[in-house]
Design a protein around this ligand. Structure first.
Ligand code: CA
Length: 229
């Protein structure tokens, strides 16, 4: 389940998309122009933006450029919606940083499949797939974490932390990046909170021999890796 912002000036299309996405268990926010979209993005950082190319005022392309310029929004996946079919338009859409491109009319089923593909690629933590690393298995739907089919019990924060690390493995995450990814947007917690929860997570993983997966990278942050630190 993802929070999806739909930027579309035609009410009928906006409503239809929103309805179908909600049926697919997504949370939706709607904007009829770029201005409204920016307001929503500032309030609720969405997991993905569906962006109509032709909008009154600032165009979808301009809005995509704006989102890509700002550090807070530059990584939000964007799918452009458009009635245009020319190849050159597709290229300029992708050049401003759109992740995918759908030409109207499209079927809701296709749209949902594309959204899932983009999320899986860009934000695996909202795609709801079971992740497994080195015998450690996490199911985001049932919230079950197992090692060789033995369930281990995690607190909610440790669960989200582990989920984030497992869906972004082998990368070093700074404390602020972990706060952003795990604690969420607009929540101000101290950096050392991260250390506390990392310690708890390791403690839970220790009896099953998996604490070595969560590694400290001196001076940088933490990483989940199957290789030794
Ligand atoms: Ca339009």
């Amino acid at each position: 389940m993802a929070a999806i912002l739909i930027v579309e000036d035609e009410p009928a299309i906006q409503e239809l998309i929103s309805y179908r996405l909600q049926q697919a268990e997504h949370e939706t926010f709607c904007a009829k122009d770029a201005e409204q979209a920016i307001k929503i993005v500032n309030d609720v950082l969405p997991d993905l933006v569906l962006l109509d190319w032709m909008l009154p005022g600032m165009s979808g392309i301009e809005l995509a450029k704006t989102l890509r310029r700002v550090p807070r929004t530059k990584n939000i996946p964007i799918i452009m919606l458009t009635a245009r079919v020319e190849e050159s338009d597709k290229v300029s859409g992708l050049e401003v940083g759109a992740d995918d491109y759908i030409t109207k009319p499209f079927s809701p089923r296709e749209l949902i499949a594309r959204i899932k593909a983009v999320l899986r690629r860009r934000s695996p933590e909202v795609a709801d797939d079971v992740v497994e690393i080195n015998g450690l298995k996490l199911d985001p739907v049932t919230h079950r974490v197992t090692v060789n089919d033995n369930e281990i019990i995690l607190g909610p924060t440790e669960f989200r932390l582990l989920y984030f690390l497992m869906t972004h493995p082998e990368r070093v995450h700074s404390r602020p990046q972990l706060l952003d990814g795990v604690w969420g947007d607009h929540i101000f917690v101290e950096d050392r909170t991260v250390d506390v929860h990392i310690r708890r997570l390791r403690k839970i993983l220790e009896p099953v021999g998996k604490d070595g997966l969560v590694q400290t990278v001196r001076g940088s942050g933490y990483r989940l890796s199957v290789g030794r630190a």
